[in-house]
Design a protein around this ligand. Structure first.
Ligand SMILES: NC(=O)C1=CN([C@@H]2O[C@H](COP(=O)(O)OP(=O)(O)OC[C@H]3O[C@@H](n4cnc5c(N)ncnc54)[C@H](OP(=O)(O)O)[C@@H]3O)[C@@H](O)[C@H]2O)C=CC1
Ligand SMILES: O=C1O[C@H](COP(=O)(O)O)[C@@H](O)[C@H](O)[C@H]1O
Length: 436
């Protein structure tokens, strides 16, 4: 396959095999995907669009998959469909509007609270109705619960699922839950959450996710670092001056105050997305690509981070944040933060990792900027000499580029202006060449 070509593998469905006792049994039942918090921002911007992409690629065949939305807001099936339809974009489909309307027909909405039996009993009835209509043998069907909700409600929602909505017996079917970040508010609440969910579900049933790990260039970080000789000798304190990991968004909370104000930008972005990226940038080579080996190396990085100094933290809140009706009038929650982390180990001693995140800024961008040290013994005596940088732009328009020093003459030598320049040029300045 030539570079730049897409590799799209069509699968018939998500069916595979599941372990029942000591035996593997083929999955034969139908699949229900239940999005809890379906009225919210994550659901409309990311979860339903992601399901739509899977549907368009043939992973969610309508004869065996149904999707349920659940939240407290009292809306009809069609109202939910209208809320999300504008976010469903299929660039590669021949008939996008047909795909959208077929996909929307797979969705049913159930309204109910997150801590009372009634809503979850109704939800269970609706799921069972769908399973029966597909002639799915009781116990063979698969139920995937996606919690697009603030972490404060995970324990009660998990209890309700456990009590009222589990797959009924063990005939190759299963019940799984997907939980979003942030996982709690601090160490104590994260440990408590883990133990609460752990009492209700076995570890293989629980999926904790961070969608930054699914971004193409984040997935590429290990390959970049450990499959390219180029970077091996440079990636350390001898050559790198600082690393900046930056997230900026050009919109504010937009009605998400119910979740955001309780957590703030540090818990929303830095503690999870940016720390995951930091770990991949800073970690040592794992023994293999097994998840446990990668996790072990990430944990070592986190264990080596020194306590943060107050003078190396800046917090801010954008003007107008409190005008959002879902935000309390006197909120002190930060919507911007810069934090310097220092990793106390042989590779990174003395190299600041500058983490920045902010909402309602002037542009939308997420990037990793590695700034190299100045070249020793500069013979060019050029005060404008910039630093070498290696930049990985995670979004928008994924890119990797380097900032290198070159001479002006070389840059223009193939263009007409070179010849014009030659006549006048006595002094050749150094240029910061930006290769995108
Ligand atoms: N938005 C995004 O792009 C992303 C968000 N996430 C994570 O997803 C989760 C949800 O975020 P998001 O959808 O943005 O947030 P929202 O504020 O949109 O909340 C989602 C839904 O949860 C319910 N809800 C909100 N606040 C509360 C509350 N205090 N108690 C009970 N229910 C509440 C509301 O539904 P109703 O009132 O109808 O019940 C709301 O529609 C968070 O953990 C966030 O970190 C992760 C990745 C990206
Ligand atoms: O997790 C979150 O991420 C989004 C930004 O995600 P992106 O993939 O569009 O960069 C952010 O808006 C939200 O506040 C946060 O909860």
């Amino acid at each position: 396959m030539g570079s730049g070509e897409w590799c799209l593998q069509k699968r018939d469905s998500f069916k595979s095999e599941t372990l029942v006792g000591n035996e593997t049994v083929p999955e034969i039942g139908c699949l229900s995907i239940i999005v809890l918090g379906a009225s919210g921002d994550l659901a409309k911007k990311k979860t339903f669009p992601a399901l739509f992409h899977l549907y368009c690629q043939g992973f969610l065949p309508p004869n065996e998959v149904h999707i349920f939305g659940y939240a407290r807001t009292k809306i009809s099936d069609d109202e939910l469909r209208n809320r999300i339809s504008g976010y469903l974009v299929s660039e590669r489909s021949a008939s996008p509007s047909k795909d959208v309307s077929k996909f929307l027909q797979l969705i049913k909405y159930v309204s109910g609270s997150y801590d009372a039996a009634e809503g979850f009993q109704t939800l269970d009835k609706e799921i069972s109705k769908h399973e029966t209509s597909k002639n799915s043998l009781e116990g063979s069907s698969r139920r995937l619960f996606y919690l697009a909700l603030p972490p404060s409600v995970y324990p009660s929602v998990c209890r309700m699922i456990r009590r009222y909505c589990m797959n009924k017996s063990n005939l190759g079917g299963w019940t799984r839950i997907v939980v979003e970040k942030p996982f709690g508010r601090d160490l104590g609440s994260a440990e408590e959450l883990s133990s609460q969910i752990g009492k209700l579900f076995d570890e293989p049933q629980i999926y904790r996710i961070d969608h930054y790990l699914g971004k193409e260039l984040v997935q590429n970080l290990l390959v970049l670092r450990f499959a390219n000789r180029f970077f091996l000798p440079l990636w350390n304190r001898d050559n790198i001056d600082n690393v900046q990991i930056v997230f900026r968004e050009d919109f504010g909370t937009e009605g998400r105050g119910g979740y955001f104000d309780e957590y703030g930008i540090i818990r929303d972005i830095i503690q999870n997305h940016l720390l995951q990226v930091l770990c991949l940038v800073a970690m040592e080579k794992p023994v293999s690509l097994k998840p446990e080996h990668i996790r072990d190396e990430k944990v070592k990085v986190l264990q080596s981070v020194l306590p943060i100094k107050d003078e190396e933290v800046v917090l801010g809140q954008y003007e107008g944040y409190r005008d959002d009706p879902t935000v309390p009038d006197h909120s002190n929650t930060p919507t911007f933060a810069t934090v310097i982390l220092r990793i106390h180990n042989e590779r990174w001693e003395g190299v600041p990792f500058i983490l920045k995140a902010g909402k309602a800024l002037n542009s939308r961008k997420a990037e990793i900027r590695v700034q190299f040290k100045d070249v020793p013994g500069d013979i060019f005596k050029c005060k404008k000499q910039g630093r070498n940088e290696f930049v990985i732009r995670l979004q928008p328009s994924e890119a990797m580029y380097m900032k290198l020093m070159v001479s002006f003459i070389i840059l223009l030598c193939r263009s007409e202006s070179y010849y014009k320049l030659q006549k006048h040029c006595i002094y050749v300045p150094l240029l910061n060449l930006h290769i995108d």
